[in-house]
Design a protein around this ligand. Structure first.
Ligand SMILES: Nc1ncnc2c1ncn2[C@@H]1O[C@H](COP(=O)(O)OP(=O)(O)OP(=O)(O)O)[C@@H](O)[C@H]1O
Length: 507
């Protein structure tokens, strides 16, 4: 079995923007290593750099800066048969491709029969491609690719056009090839597939590597990131995507002076998932960090003002991203089909206050019109239970979160919200919060919540879980292989918020 490993070291790739003389950074100093023998998902918003990364892996592009190690001479890319092949039969097309792949002549009949069988095309295999549906073409192309067994395989969106049971078969075959040492890359917006089939994920946004690693950890940050964006008002979301795009565009004639005085939405997103971050992203290998380059100053440039001449396609980008957000919401909803508040924001991000709902219609490029952030609709549907107040109150200090305060007083976040008759997870410095009966100051709010003594795992009964820092309902559900909603029901949780030290009954 091969023990090859990819090493991407400080990969930057620039595209010239000929009309303006600027250049666009499609990938910005991306560094990670990835062993072969894994199925890796590539995710990220529109224009994140996914395709550019794939082209580098497939040897179709040479990076502007940095080094890629690990490419093979004949990577296998999933490609639908081109239109010019329409007059050939499926069989003739496959045969010609196999010959191009260098398959020995005497092996062709057996391989053709295997591919026909796998493709489920039956007699259509001998018919002209012009009679094939898009789905049949996809079945043919995937079957071909999976049977030439290249050591690098790249699949993208057209794979989604095949029916679900075919899909399962494809991924079973990919598992086999992976175990033989192939490096398999899948670019898709369908996070469900990443979650189900991939071992690892590379997550890009605006050309920068956000995270690379095991799916659970990366997807959790990904969900948190998109939930935070979703909490912004529609104009803020639009501004967010525009600012992100602008960090990628560098006017080659312009000095790198900062634009002062603009409020930046991008800088208010959760520090853990900041797009403009200094540290090198997590790597699973030992790639060295490249030297700081002139791109640092560009990455720190603040947003330019929104102008009426903003590129129209950005509206489409925003719309498409919102489409993806809705897909995420649906997936999340499937896990937890119940009205709820969104994940809490912490730190700087909690200063991003959701605005009143606003109707913003996007250009026709946008997949849909959203008149209200989804969470606002669900928040108003949650009846707050009656919870008795204690005599204590708490004045919020800068940087505090509801979870921290709940933890400090040994109460649940939902009780804290109930006595304050608010489902809004955003709190403001100086605000006085009522505290529920039974509240008792357990630790000083200046102490870290992680300092609160928790029972050791050996003391925790088997059917219980004590919430620790970083736990979410989603991570706990995955860990114990149970449903998020089942945990909520077993513990009568009104929201997804958890408190460090909280004991959860496991269903
Ligand atoms: N040939 C090119 N010339 C100029 N800009 C390009 C070119 N190819 C890609 N770009 C730009 O580079 C950025 C990254 O593009 P890329 O296609 O890698 O992203 P992506 O994540 O695959 O996006 P999408 O999901 O929209 O396909 C985008 O802003 C895109 O417009």
């Amino acid at each position: 079995m091969t023990t090859m490993t990819w090493k991407l070291m400080g990969i930057s790739h620039y595209y010239p923007k000929e009309e303006t003389g600027a250049r666009l950074t499609a990938l910005d100093r991306v560094t990670f290593s990835q062993p072969y023998g894994k199925i890796v998902g590539i995710i990220g918003g529109k224009g994140a750099g996914k395709t550019t990364l794939a082209k580098l892996l497939l040897n179709e592009l040479t990076p502007s800066e940095g080094l890629v190690l690990g490419q093979t001479e004949h990577p296998g890319q999933f490609e639908l048969p081109p239109r010019k092949a329409n007059e050939r039969t499926g069989e003739a097309y496959v045969k010609q491709q196999l010959v191009q792949w260098g398959i020995a002549k005497k092996k062709l009949p057996e391989l053709l029969a295997t591919i026909q069988l796998f493709s489920e095309l039956g007699d259509r295999f001998q018919q002209k491609l012009s009679h094939y549906s898009q789905e049949e073409k996809a079945q043919l192309a995937i079957s071909l690719l999976l049977h030439v067994a290249p050591s690098v395989i790249y699949l993208n969106e057209p794979l989604l056009t095949v029916k679900e049971d075919f899909h399962i078969k494809v991924f079973l075959r990919l598992e086999l090839l992976k175990n033989l040492g192939s490096s398999i890359w899948i670019e898709t917006d369908t996070i469900k597939r990443i979650d189900r089939y991939c071992d690892q994920v590379v997550w890009l946004e605006f050309g920068q590597l956000q995270k690379h690693g095991d799916i659970t950890e990366v997807l959790m940050s990904y969900y948190d990131y998109y939930f935070q964006i979703q909490r912004l008002s529609m104009p803020q979301q639009h501004q967010f995507w525009q600012e992100g795009y602008e960090t990628q565009v560098e006017d080659m004639d312009e000095s790198d002076e900062l634009v002062q005085g603009e409020e930046s939405v991008i800088s208010e997103i959760e520090p853990a998932t900041l797009l403009v971050k200094e540290e090198i992203p997590e790597v699973s290998g030992s790639a060295d960090r490249p030297e700081e380059s002139e791109t640092v100053s560009r990455r720190h440039r603040q947003a330019r003002p929104l102008t009426s001449s903003s590129p129209y396609w950005l509206l489409g980008v925003g719309g498409a991203i919102l489409g993806s957000l809705l897909i995420l919401t649906v997936i999340w909803g499937a896990l937890n089909a119940k009205a709820r508040t969104p994940l809490p924001l912490t730190g700087a991000a909690s200063s991003v206050q959701p605005k009143e709902s606003q109707t913003v219609s996007f250009s026709s490029a946008a997949p849909m019109m959203i008149s209200q952030p989804a969470h606002e609709a669900s928040v108003s549907a949650i009846p707050l239970p009656d919870v008795a107040k204690s005599d204590l109150t708490h004045v919020v200090t800068s940087g505090e979160t509801l979870e921290q305060i709940a933890s400090v007083y040994g109460v649940s976040v939902s009780d804290l919200q109930a006595v304050n008759q608010s489902t809004d997870p955003t709190i403001y410095a100086g605000e006085t919060l009522a505290l529920p009966q039974g509240a008792q100051k357990l630790v000083s709010s200046s102490e870290s919540v992680s300092d609160v003594a928790l029972p050791s795992t050996s003391e925790v009964p088997e059917n219980q879980h004590i919430v620790t820092q970083g736990d979410t309902l989603y991570s706990i559900a995955r860990r114990y292989g149970v449903d998020v909603m089942a945990i909520q029901q077993a513990n009568a949780l009104q929201t997804e918020q958890l408190t460090i030290g909280q004991t959860l009954r496991l269903p």
